[in-house]
Write a protein that binds this ligand. Structure first.
Ligand SMILES: Cc1ncc(COP(=O)(O)O)c(C=O)c1O
Length: 388
């Protein structure tokens, strides 16, 4: 891992430490960009930059050359607008909600229009302002979630005046299976997109999410729209993860004990010690984004040794079986690793029966957050030497 902070014990009284490597984030952006030099690489920073803090993440991406940013909600767009320079283009993926037209124009925010109703709304706003207004138009190419259905495209074709006053900056769609390179849905969505884009000659196309960036040049188009890969998540389920890890999570031990054979552990008594067992209780639980589904399945690591979760994950704590460690090596105040060099984000997510996206966006607010800037300066939280 690029990150040089290697914590072993608590400092400053916090119980959990989330370290976010903004240098790795920048490198990931540059890696994605290098995959498709002829395309523009944007950044998806919705859900507070996948839980990592849009205020910290977006300026680093801007400094790396990113000028196109996608969020889900208008409120996210407004917050981002206040954080970024005027030449950053901000798009709202979830569409134009009734009443948001004025905020969009006032704050220089571009809506993604997902249906004929939103197109009519935006066109009426343009007419009222006597201006031509930019918008992205999303086509549903096979995910059936957001975007114009084929019948709505036909209606646009029959009546192009519906787009009066709208300058289409991008024609976009979203891939349902880009993380599965073998899925036939990728090619079928690409074909539908090509057919739709024939209706709008010369309009730039935006299709690729993180997985799409790795599907080859056909999927790159004018603008790429990666999210998870920026934050270190694997863009594909089949290939080794080429991205640098961005997140590290360490949690403090708050108590240790030795229990005799047949002792039950945690809510519901779902773990029974099969022999004398040493346990450590750590200070994070499902309220901190460690899913309850990790109960009796997941693990933490200490000095590279796997420490299985014993019993159910509680709201604020988790018990670990630390019998594999030499006695006394882990004590009150030691830190165990939940995400880091010994356990990837994907590995933790898999044990929890979920995906890296859900783990990242669920990371709790009670951790002490430390950001390592691309120049290796450490921001917020506490004073730690990045080379420590
Ligand atoms: C419309 C849209 N585009 C792009 C992305 C980014 O996808 P990924 O994080 O898989 O790169 C998302 C994420 O959910 C999305 O909803």
């Amino acid at each position: 891992m690029n990150m040089t902070i290697n914590r072993q014990t608590v400092s400053g009284g916090a119980s959990g430490y989330l370290t976010i490597d903004l240098g790795a984030l920048r490198d990931n952006y540059l890696l994605l960009k290098a995959k498709a030099p002829a395309s523009i690489t944007s950044a998806v920073v919705k859900a507070n930059a996948y839980g990592l803090g849009a205020d910290m993440v977006a300026p680093v991406l801007y400094d790396a050359g990113c000028r196109h940013f996608f969020v889900a909600h208008m409120d996210e767009a407004i917050a981002l607008r206040l954080r970024l320079a005027g030449d950053a283009q901000i798009f709202v993926l979830n569409g134009l909600q009734p009443g948001n037209e004025t905020s969009c124009t006032a704050m220089n925010i571009t809506p993604v229009l997902n249906c004929l109703e939103q197109i009519a709304q935006w066109s009426a706003h343009a007419a009222a302002l006597r201006q031509v207004l930019p918008a992205a138009i999303q086509i549903d190419t096979g995910m059936s979630r957001l975007g114009l259905a084929p019948i709505e495209l036909d209606a646009l074709k029959a009546e192009p005046a519906r787009l009066r006053g709208i300058a289409i900056s991008y024609l976009m769609s979203h891939l349902a299976c880009a993380d599965e390179p073998e899925s036939p849905l990728n090619e079928s969505q690409l074909a539908v997109m090509r057919e739709a884009s024939d209706m709008f000659p010369g309009t730039p196309v935006c299709l690729a999410n993180s997985g799409g960036v790795f599907l080859g040049a056909d999927y790159h188009n004018a603008l790429m729209r990666p999210g998870i890969a920026l934050y270190g998540g694997a863009p594909s389920t089949l290939r080794p993860n080429p991205m640098k890890p961005v997140v590290r999570l360490d949690v403090a031990v708050i108590q240790t004990r030795t229990v005799p054979t047949d002792t039950l552990v945690g809510y519901g008594g779902t773990f029974r010690a099969s022999a004398e067992t040493r346990l450590a209780t750590i200070a994070a639980g499902y309220a901190d984004g460690l899913p309850r589904s990790l109960s009796n399945r997941g693990a933490a690591y200490f000095n590279g040794i796997r420490l299985p979760i014993a019993g159910r994950v509680s709201m604020d704590s988790i018990s670990l079986d630390i019998t594999a460690l030499p006695a006394g090596s882990l004590t009150h105040g030691s830190l165990v690793q939940l995400i880091g060099p010994d356990q990837s984000l994907e590995a933790l997510a898999e044990d929890a029966g979920t995906i890296s996206y859900e783990i990242l966006t669920g990371l709790g607010q009670r951790y002490r957050r430390t950001y390592i800037q691309p120049d290796r300066a450490v921001v917020t939280g506490e004073t730690i030497n990045a080379d420590e």
